[in-house]
Design a protein around this ligand. Structure first.
Ligand code: 2IO
Length: 422
């Protein structure tokens, strides 16, 4: 039976580094309770796995956590045939020929374009120079949205993401998040209207076709689904990419092994997601009194599933604190071959999982091929932050620079201007 102990999720030591608490949770078999939030925090693999699959625990918390900034329900709030139908439509737009013909090539060209200005500088911050623009641009691409104002969209996205993923928002910050959400809706509205009239070969057009026989989706529903995708695809992408390179560069032999045998990239990405899950928490609500590891969780209680903790459960993962590239290959038995929970599990398991793995794989390949002798910048100090979603603050890299010729944009020389200057 687990022991129920009080803890403060906003404690600064926990926020700075939750991993020692996760370790203690496993060692001493704990379920944590935050009195201020009136929420249970569950972190053992079997408990989290059970809760995410069990219909006694619902996604009701999203009505407050997400719906206000999404403008309508997100996929995770739906069930039955509505859920199945909409999931299928989004999944279709992310995979198959859509990925082959559109998303894959786009991800590669975005990666190359963002990298180019840094090639002759020999240094780059993988989070702040590359990853943040990258994450938004890929998402805009997959939604078929214009990209001219991607920095502005990124700023609005951050406002919306903060609403969902921060546990300490002030009223003022909540207002700001809602304003960001309004901005994004206004941006999407005419695009959805346009795609309703002129369907193209893009995800929004696909959504406009959903359930056409049975009345279809309202513009509001489509906008909410777009915001859902915008957030879910953007927020974890730069974090995962940077964490992957952090783990690889931590051990030069490991880096070389993957660089030389790209079939290992998937394993490396998977192990990155397990060890440092970009999404750390998944909220649920108990719809009836439930017993989890002997502890009664009363009806109506909020339960945060700490997937970042479950992914380090020593009962399921040998040496859970270590990055082990060949973890699955070397797992001795089926119990130890269990999947990490970074994408959740159960009916609401991440529908973008396969897309995101392919996305990071494509970009990692571009980085391997374009950045010779890649290593951490001298004196680089790693730090990360985030309770709900978590990732590096920066990842300062250096590499051997190649002299990329600058594109020739015209024939005018500065000296040609002498006569008008005089
Ligand atoms: C948008 C939290 C980044 C999702 C969410 C309210 C619903 C759902 C998730 C993930 C990741 C985001 N929840 N994606 O945890 O769509």
């Amino acid at each position: 039976m687990s022991q129920l102990v009080n803890f403060d999720v906003l404690d600064s030591a926990f926020m700075a580094n939750p991993y020692p608490t996760y370790q203690r949770l496993h060692q001493d078999d704990l379920i944590l309770f935050d009195r201020t939030m009136q929420a249970y925090f569950v972190g053992k693999y079997d408990d989290v796995n059970h809760i995410l699959r069990c219909s006694d625990f619902t996604t009701a918390p999203l009505a407050e956590r997400a719906q206000p900034v999404m403008g309508d329900r997100v996929l995770a709030q739906m069930e039955g045939s509505e859920h199945a139908q909409k999931r299928k439509a989004v999944l279709r737009g992310l995979s198959g020929r859509y990925f082959q013909n559109q998303h894959g090539p786009l991800i590669e060209s975005i990666s190359r374009a963002l990298l180019t200005p840094f090639l002759n500088q020999g240094k780059m911050d993988l989070v702040n120079d590359f990853g943040k623009d990258y994450a938004v641009l890929v998402t805009l691409g997959l939604l078929g949205l214009p990209t001219e104002n991607h920095r502005q969209i990124a700023a609005w996205h951050k406002g919306v993401a903060d609403f969902i993923t921060r546990l300490d928002l002030t009223d003022e910050e909540r207002m700001y998040s809602l304003a960001c959400s309004d901005q994004l809706s206004s941006l999407l509205k005419p695009i959805v209207a346009y795609r309703n009239r002129h369907p193209g070969d893009d995800l929004i057009s696909l959504l406009c076709q959903v359930g056409h026989e049975s009345g279809g989706m309202t513009t509001n529903e489509i906008i909410a689904l777009c915001l859902n995708i915008l957030l879910a695809a953007t927020e974890p992408a730069d974090k995962t990419l940077a964490m992957l390179f952090k783990h690889l560069l931590d051990d030069p032999a490991r880096f070389a092994e993957v660089k030389d045998d790209r079939k290992l990239l998937r394993e490396a990405i998977d192990e990155t997601l397990r060890l440092t899950s970009p999404v750390q928490l998944i909220p649920r609500e108990a719809s009836i009194d439930s017993v989890i590891s002997g502890v009664t969780i009363p009806k109506g209680a909020m339960v945060f599933n700490m997937i970042g903790a479950a992914n380090r459960d020593p009962k399921v993962f040998v040496d859970p604190e270590q990055f082990h590239l060949h973890r699955r290959r070397d797992a001795k038995n089926d119990k130890l071959k269990k999947r990490h929970l970074a994408f959740g599990t159960g009916p609401h398991v991440c529908l973008g999982a396969e897309f995101s793995l392919r996305q990071i794989e494509i970009t990692a390949n571009v980085l391997f091929d374009s950045l010779p002798n890649l290593r951490f910048a001298k004196g680089f100090q790693f730090s990360e932050h985030g309770l709900y979603t978590r990732g590096p603050d920066s990842l300062q890299l250096v590499f051997d620079h190649s002299d990329v010729p600058l594109p020739v944009s015209g024939t005018l020389k500065h000296s040609d201007l002498d006569e008008v200057r005089a």
